[in-house]
Ligand binder design. Sequence first.
Ligand SMILES: [Cu+2]
Length: 183
Amino acid sequence: MFLRVLGLSASIAGSLVSAAWADAPAGGYAFGAPAQASQADRTVEIVLGDMFYRPAAVEVKAGETLRFVLKNEGSLLHEFNLGDAAMHARHQQEMLKMQQSGMLTPTGMKQGTAEHGQMAGMDHGAMPHGGMTHDDPNSVLVPPGQTAELTWTFKEATGLEFACNVPGHYQAGMVGRVVVQPR
Ligand SMILES: [Cu+2]
C-alpha cells in the first residue's frame, strides 16, 4: 500500500493537490462551510481511536450546523476531516509528504517548523498555500489524549465522509459517513 501511494508520480499528485486547493478556499466547499461553535444547532461527540471513529456515521439535515467534539482516546495522532473520498485521497498525498519531511510524527505535527530547512528539496509548487501547513477549515488534527472541535454548516451533499488522512489510517478503516438529509 505504501509503495502504491509512492508510485503516484509527484507531478500527478501535485497537480491534483493544486487543483483541489486552488478551488477550496476561494469557491468554498460544495458540502458547506465552517461556522462558529456558538452558531451550532447541536453538538455531536465523536471518539477517535486506533483506527476507528465512534460513532462511525452521523446524520444531519441540509442547513444544519453541527459542533463536533472530537476526543482522541487512541495512542496516535488522528485527524477529523470532512470531504468526499476524492478529497481524502488528495489530502492523504499531502500528509504523506508531511510525514516524509519529518513534519508529521506518529503523535503530533511540528507545525511551522518545517516550512524551511526540512522542506528543502520538496516541491513547493505542489503544496497548498505555498508552504506545508495543516490549517484547512474542514479538518482538525487531534493529538492522543486530547480533545478538539470543529463546527460546520452542512449543505446538501452525497458521499460525504469524515476521515483520518494520516498515512495508512483511512485504509485501516478510519473513515465514517455523514448522511445529509435534504430539507
Ligand atoms: Cu488516524
